[in-house]
Design a protein around this ligand. Sequence first.
Ligand SMILES: *Cc1c(COP(=O)(O)O)cnc(C)c1O
Length: 376
Amino acid sequence: MPDNDLQYIPVNIPSITHEDVQAVTDQLRDGWISGESPVVREFEEGFASYVGKKYGVAVSSGSGALDATIEILDLKPGDEVILPSFTIISCIQQIVRTGATPILVDSQLDDWNMSIDEVKAKIGPRTKAIMAIHTYGLSADVLTLRAICDEFGLLLIEDAAEAHGQKIGGLYCGSFGDISIFSFYANKTLTTGEGGMVLTDDTTFRDKLRKVRNLCFQEEQRFVHESLGWNLRMSAMQAALGRSQLQRIDSLVNRKWEIGDLYRTLLDGIKEFTLAPESNHLGRNSYWVFGIVLDVDFMSGATMRNKLETLKVGTRPFFCPMHLQPALHNLFRAQSSDFPVASMLWEQGFYLPSGVGMTDEQVYEVAHRVRKVVQS
Ligand SMILES: *Cc1c(COP(=O)(O)O)cnc(C)c1O
């Protein structure tokens, strides 16, 4: 029975301060509201320098950042890109559309990131790039992948959408890829509502990305196009919000840790599930979201999520892995048993409310309701 006195706790509560509101309204009053506004360039420079990359190209979403990245690689049919099956559809869409072949890798049980041994085993003569995705706040082993890519002459694409402020040996995630991408979607640690950025040290990549983002307009002859692009521009209001959030990114990142640590303490010792790991060999969890994997003998993630919804706790399932996507069925014709860990994570995993704007009281309340379900 739904309890009408319970307050609903949404899966994401962003942190929007008075300064953020001021920054966006100032931009509106300024009147220069398009993607051509200098504030976009300022946000690009600020965020790139925060991560430790030379150039940033702001775009309208993390998915757009991935699309633009794959687009400028000029992949040919038969070229291969290695990536984890356990990720968001955004990572694979443009690979498939270009006619290149995505090569999927299963996840590791201990940190949910893709298995490096399997990556090594799947490198072949047609491999062009490896896409590493830092999953839910735990770093993928981009140190080893960087070395592998250098050895075999491959490009490393780093998806750090879920790894804002996360470090490996003192360097920020997003600084390891030849091209790295971030999302600033509403549930990301730093948000512009919708938005994303591509980072690189390479001026050729940078210039191609800028062109593709902007319909491949030409400087000399606007409206005469030598190639096709997209409109992926970020608006000035989004950039103004991003620039404002960037000023307190350390406190946003810190809030994720506080929420994660509090959940750990409050949910410790429940044998029916496994909590998001505290760290892996590359560093501590930045807890972009606080994930839980239920024991197969206990119940499925979907069942638990329904029970929590009745108790007014918003949750999200883990990723449905790429090998099980109906839209990609003809491509992979795979079964759950082909990627057992990713398949299990999809069946048994989900995450709790983790937004940077949530209060400690809300974290206590979520943990309390989770315990209620386990004990019922
Ligand atoms: C959120 C996310 C994206 C997509 O970003 P959008 O801004 O929502 O398009 C891409 N990759 C990962 C790993 C993400 O978590």
